[in-house]
Design a protein around this ligand. Structure first.
Ligand SMILES: *[C@@H]1O[C@H](CO)[C@@H](O)[C@H](O)[C@H]1NC(C)=O
Ligand SMILES: *[C@@H]1O[C@H](CO)[C@@H](O)[C@H](O)[C@H]1NC(C)=O
Ligand SMILES: *[C@@H]1O[C@H](CO)[C@@H](O)[C@H](O)[C@H]1NC(C)=O
Length: 457
C-alpha cells in the first residue's frame, strides 16, 4: 500500500516549496495589509485559495496508474492471517472491529491473493498533471490533525472501511474507541473514534492547541450516515416537491438503512473541533430502498419517472438541499467564531463494486464498464456526476464544499475487494489508503490550510 510519486526529487522540491512559501507569505502579508476584512472573510478559505493553481487537483491524482507488484517483505506465501499487516506495510491497526474481515484475511481459501493485492502502488506524477504530491507521512498527518483539527467521516459501510484503514495508516500514534471483542454484538450507529495515543513518541514534540484533550478531542470519527439526510427529511422533501403524490405512495421500502440529519452532525462537527468533514453517498440510493420508485410500481405523481432515473432525479433535489443546509451551517459557524477556525467539507466520489470480482488477480489498466451490473453499480457514475454538478456549477455558491473525483484508482482494483462480496474494499490494498493520502494532500496543500495557520500563529 505504499504510494509513490514518479520522478520525485526531494531536494529540488524542498527548494521550490521554500521559495514558493516565501513568495506566498510576502504576497499574503501585502494582501492582509491592504485588505483588513481578510482575516474574517469566510470566502478566503474556500474561494481564494481554490483559485490558486492546484499542485495536484483530484482528477490529476486520479490519472495515475497502478504499478507493481512491489513487495514489502520477502514472504510470497500467506499461511497465517497475521501476515496481512506486514504485506500491507502496516505496523498494526488501532481499530478492533471485524479486524480480519477488513484486512480480507478472514478466509483461508483466498490467502492466495496475498501478498500481490497489497503490493501495487498508485503512481502519479507531472505527466498526469500532478506535482508536489508528498509521500504519505503518518507522523505529519497526525501532527496536522492535532494542530488544525481532525476528520469527521460520514458515510456508509464503505466509509466505515476507510475509518478502519485510517486506524492502520496512523498506527501506533492513535488509539481507537470503542473496543470490540470478537463475535460480540455491535451496533452500526455507534460512533468510532481515533484519538492521539498518549504513548506515541510524537506527543512530546506536538503543539497541542488550547482546549485539545487527548482523550476527548478525536482526530478521526466515523458516523454511519448512508443517505446524508434522514428518511423523515427525505419524505418531507419528496412531499414538498410532489404535492400531488397519491396517498398510497411510500418512498421507502422496509430495507434497513442508517442515516442522520445535518442538524445532528453539523453541531457535532463544530463542537468536536474538526476541520475536515468527508462525506460520500451513492450505494444506498437504490430502487429497492427507495421502493416507491420500483419499476413494478405505478407512477404516483405527475411526471414521475420510475426506476433508477426517478431515484436519480430525487437524489439531485436531495443533495441540493443538503448542500444548502451544510453551506448555511458552515457560514453561520464561521460568523460566530469570526472565521478563526478553518473548516471544509469534502464530497468523495462514490465507488461502485465489480461483479464477479474474485476472479481478478491484478489491477486493471483502464476502467472497464460491463453491460450489466448488480444493484445500482452501473449508475454510480451518474450519482457522482449529479453531486459534482451541484457543488461546482456555480463556484461562489458553496465555497466550503469541495468535490473529490478520486474514484478511478478504486475502479481499477477488482482484485482488492473483501472476501465475501464485491463492494467492500480490502484494507491495505492501497485504495482507501489512497483516499487518505489525497485528502491529506488536498486539505493541507490544495486548500492552503497549513499556510493559513502558519500565517496566523
Ligand atoms: C496464526 O498465528 C496466530 C499466532 O501465532 C495463531 O493464534 C493463529 O491460530 C494462526 N492462524 C492460523 C490460521 O494458523
Ligand atoms: C477530556 O475528555 C475526557 C473524555 O471526554 C473527559 O472525561 C475529561 O474530563 C476531559 N478533560 C478535560 C480537561 O476537559
Ligand atoms: C474545542 O475547543 C474548545 C476551545 O477552543 C474547547 O473548549 C473544547 O473543549 C474543545 N472540544 C473538543 C471536543 O476538543
Amino acid at each position: 500500500m505504499v504510494l509513490s510519486v514518479t520522478g520525485f526529487n526531494p531536494r529540488s522540491l524542498t527548494v521550490k516549496v521554500l521559495f514558493l512559501g516565501t513568495t506566498f507569505t510576502l504576497l499574503l502579508l501585502l494582501y492582509i495589509n491592504t485588505n483588513p476584512s481578510f482575516l474574517t472573510s469566510t470566502s478566503f478559505r474556500g474561494d481564494r485559495f481554490d483559485r490558486l493553481p492546484g499542485t495536484c487537483p483530484a482528477r490529476a491524482y486520479a490519472n495515475g496508474q497502478w504499478t507493481g507488484p512491489h513487495y514489502l517483505t520477502n514472504d510470497r506465501i500467506m499461511t497465517n492471517e497475521t501476515q496481512a499487516l506486514a504485506f500491507a506495510g502496516f505496523e498494526g491497526c488501532a481499530s478492533s472491529r471485524e479486524f480480519d474481515w477488513h484486512l480480507a484475511s478472514d478466509n483461508e481459501e483466498q490467502f492466495d491473493r496475498f501478498p500481490d493485492a497489497q503490493s501495487y502502488r498508485w503512481t502519479v506524477g507531472p505527466k498526469d498533471g500532478c506535482e508536489g504530491l508528498e509521500e504519505l507521512n503518518k507522523e505529519k498527518m497526525v501532527r496536522d490533525m492535532v494542530e488544525q483539527g481532525g476528520w469527521l467521516l460520514l458515510g456508509d459501510s464503505i466509509t466505515e472501511g476507510h475509518f478502519f484503514s485510517l486506524s492502520c495508516v496512523l498506527y501506533p500514534h492513535v488509539v481507537a474507541t470503542p473496543v470490540y471483542t470478537p463475535k460480540s454484538y455491535f451496533d452500526r450507529t455507534w460512533p468510532q473514534n481515533l484519538y492521539l495515543n498518549p504513548d506515541s513518541p510524537l506527543v512530546k514534540d506536538l503543539y497541542l492547541p488550547p482546549g485539545f484533550n487527548m482523550t476527548g478531542t478525536p482526530l478521526v470519527t466515523f458516523r454511519r450516515v448512508d443517505l446524508l439526510l434522514t428518511k423523515e427529511e427525505l419524505v418531507d422533501l419528496h412531499n414538498t416537491l410532489h404535492p400531488d403524490t397519491t396517498a398510497d405512495f411510500s418512498l421507502f421500502s422496509e430495507e434497513a438503512v442508517w442515516s442522520l440529519s445535518p442538524t445532528y452532525y453539523m453541531p457535532l462537527f463544530f463542537e468536536g473541533n474538526y476541520s475536515t468533514m468527508v462525506v460520500s453517498t451513492g450505494g444506498h440510493w437504490t430502487t429497492t430502498l427507495f421502493g416507491g420508485y420500483g419499476k413494478d410500481k405505478p407512477a404516483a405523481f405527475h411526471g414521475a419517472k420510475l426506476g433508477i432515473d426517478g431515484v436519480l432525479d430525487f437524489f439531485g433535489h436531495a443533495m441540493r438541499k443538503w448542500a444548502d443546509d451544510v453551506q448555511g451551517a458552515l457560514k453561520e459557524a464561521a460568523r460566530k467564531d469570526e472565521g478563526k477556525r478553518k473548516r471544509q467539507v469534502l464530497v468523495r466520489a462514490y465507488l461502485p463494486g465489480h461483479d464477479a470480482c474474485h476472479g481478478n488477480k491484478k489491477p486493471w489498466k483502464e476502467v472497464y464498464t460491463p453491460l450489466w451490473a448488480s444493484y445500482n453499480w452501473g449508475s454510480i457514475w451518474r450519482y457522482n456526476e449529479v453531486f459534482e454538478n451541484i457543488i461546482t456549477d456555480v463556484p461562489e455558491k458553496y465555497p466550503d464544499l469541495h468535490y473529490l473525483a478520486i474514484e478511478r484508482p478504486g475502479r481499477l482494483r477488482p482484485d482488492a475487494h473483501a472476501t465475501g462480496d464485491c463492494l467492500h474494499i480490502m484494507v491495505g490494498a492501497g485504495v482507501m489508503e489512497g483516499w487518505t493520502h489525497y485528502i491529506w494532500h488536498y486539505v493541507s496543500k490544495e486548500l492552503g490550510r497549513s499556510r493559513h495557520s502558519r500565517v496566523n500563529t
